[in-house]
Design a protein around this ligand. Structure first.
Ligand code: NAI
Length: 218
């Protein structure tokens, strides 16, 4: 298998989608699938799928297709989903609540160990099995528990200073939901800036150009 560094970012970005589809197929009790069938479900071409999976040594067999369980496990290994990176969430407002309660962190390589806010009305609230902590104790908490990832759900104007502080406390990765794009050029820091609004604007473009899209797919 090639090392992950040699695999292009677009391929890496498609892996979670493969993983999600394979999880669903596994849940349905499907044992194997051809690249053609998988491509029909995912809206990718069969050759794209073969090309992507070949980057990791190709898990398919001629005439058999892919073993779902094996491919699911292999992709999970490549993504490192058993990692259990300790994560803290900063900003326990509307979005912070939703993120903390609706995502299966433990299935995706993370362990959410602390939720922080600076609003006295929010501190002490219960979110799932966690009590929202005062962000004043963040430094102490990081020294004791060494989280490596921060999830930012605070207003944009505090994103930059908060990110800098978190880097100084040992944070190595940001899942950033603020409108402010954390620079991805911090040395040794991984950043995923997430913007639902970008996806919505893409949908707007697609609806505005729906006739052209229909033409393209013919
Ligand atoms: P909210 O006002 O409900 O929650 C923000 C929380 O952050 C509040 O509880 C506040 O007390 C806390 N906070 C503010 N400054 C803080 C600091 N320095 N340290 C610790 N806690 C602090 O806001 P909402 O709706 O949850 O949005 C949060 C952020 O997420 C905003 O930046 C918003 O623009 C962004 N957002 C991003 C989306 C996306 O797709 N990326 C979608 C929706 C919101």
């Amino acid at each position: 298998m090639k090392k992950n560094e040699q695999v292009s970012t677009p391929v890496i970005k498609r892996l979670p989608r493969y993983h999600r589809y394979l999880e669903e197929l596994k849940r349905q009790g499907v044992v194997r699938i051809s690249s053609k069938e998988l491509s029909a479900r995912m809206g990718l071409t069969a050759s794209q799928i073969r090309q992507d999976l070949n980057c990791f040594g190709g898990f398919g067999q001629q005439g058999y297709g892919y073993n779902i369980e094996q491919l699911y496990n292999e992709i999970g290994n490549i993504l490192g989903l058993s990692s259990k990176f300790k994560a803290v969430l900063i900003g326990a407002g509307n979005l912070g609540h939703a993120v903390a309660t609706h995502l299966r962190f433990e299935d995706r390589g993370f362990d959410l160990i602390g939720i922080f806010d600076n609003n006295p009305n929010v501190i002490g609230q219960q979110i799932g099995n966690k009590t929202v902590l005062d962000s004043d104790i963040l430094e102490e908490f990081c020294k004791e528990h060494n989280p490596s990832v921060a999830i930012l759900c605070i207003p944009s104007e505090f994103a930059d200073t908060t990110a800098k502080k978190l880097v100084s406390l040992g944070i190595k990765g940001f899942w950033n939901f603020t409108q402010y794009d954390i620079a991805t050029n911090y040395k040794g820091i991984a950043v995923e800036n997430v913007h639902l609004g970008d996806s919505l604007m893409t949908l707007c473009y697609q609806i505005n150009n729906i006739d052209n899209l229909d033409e393209e797919s013919k």
